[in-house]
Design a protein around this ligand. Structure first.
Ligand code: TYD
Length: 212
């Protein structure tokens, strides 16, 4: 399918263990004919290395949050903007909603109104995705899919993941035209087919609007 001239940024979001990375991988095959740019946060550029280090060393939450934002800025500049300018379909495994969902939790009690602060940090230069697929599942199921407790990152705790998923669901309610909630308990092939089909539909719709 020809996607020329249509800017389309699709993001995949969800808590750790929700299967969005598996979905990202499956879409590579299912959407191969569209030749999308597949990318991710954190770590699409070298800035991501400092983010990985920050996560591993558990530095203070403001440092961690600002490193995630720095990684996003580099990601936009190096990968997302150039791809969109070329008219490519871009599919990112995590993006700005990860910050709004996770860092709103880690910054609670550290700074006032963390979500507002995080959104303000992105305003005016970041790009809002056209569509966001949010993988949702019971926390117990997500935890059962993760590594053993002693090997987990500090985000991967029940009390954190519960709050993060609630944040994501709140964002989806606030912006229902952008978010699509995906039942992550379904078979992974079924999920991938559904998301791939939705992306094709959105592309077709945007094409017919552009022709008007
Ligand atoms: P990710 O590499 O997607 O995790 P994994 O591949 O292990 O599932 O992301 C690493 C962690 O970073 C994950 O727990 C989510 C968290 N994260 C944030 O807290 N804020 C962010 O802005 C991003 C992009 C990720």
């Amino acid at each position: 399918m020809d996607t020329e001239g249509k800017l389309l940024l699709v993001t995949l979001e969800g808590i750790d263990g929700s299967g969005k990375s598996t979905l990202h991988l499956a879409l590579r095959e299912l959407l191969a004919d569209l030749d999308p740019v597949y990318t991710r946060e954190p770590g699409a550029t070298w800035v991501g290395e400092s983010v990985r280090r920050a996560i591993a060393e558990q530095i203070d939450p403001v440092t961690e949050a600002t490193l995630f934002v720095a990684d996003h800025a580099a990601h936009l500049a190096k990968i997302i903007r150039p791809a969109l300018e070329e008219g490519k379909l871009v599919i990112s495994d995590r993006y700005s909603d990860s910050r709004y969902a996770y860092q709103s939790v880690t910054l609670t009690g550290v700074i006032p109104k963390p979500e507002e602060w995080l959104r303000a940090m992105h305003n005016g230069w970041s790009i809002v995705p056209d569509k966001t697929f949010l993988c949702v599942l019971p926390i117990d199921e997500a935890l059962s899919r993760l590594k053993p407790q002693n090997e987990r990152e500090h985000f991967e705790k029940r009390e954190v993941l519960e709050k993060v998923q609630n944040n994501y669901l709140k964002f989806a309610c606030e912006d229902p035209s952008r978010f699509v909630i995906v039942d992550a308990m379904k078979e992974k092939d079924e999920i991938a087919m559904f998301v791939a089909g939705s992306i094709r539909q959105i592309l077709q719709l945007s094409r017919s609007h552009c022709q008007r």
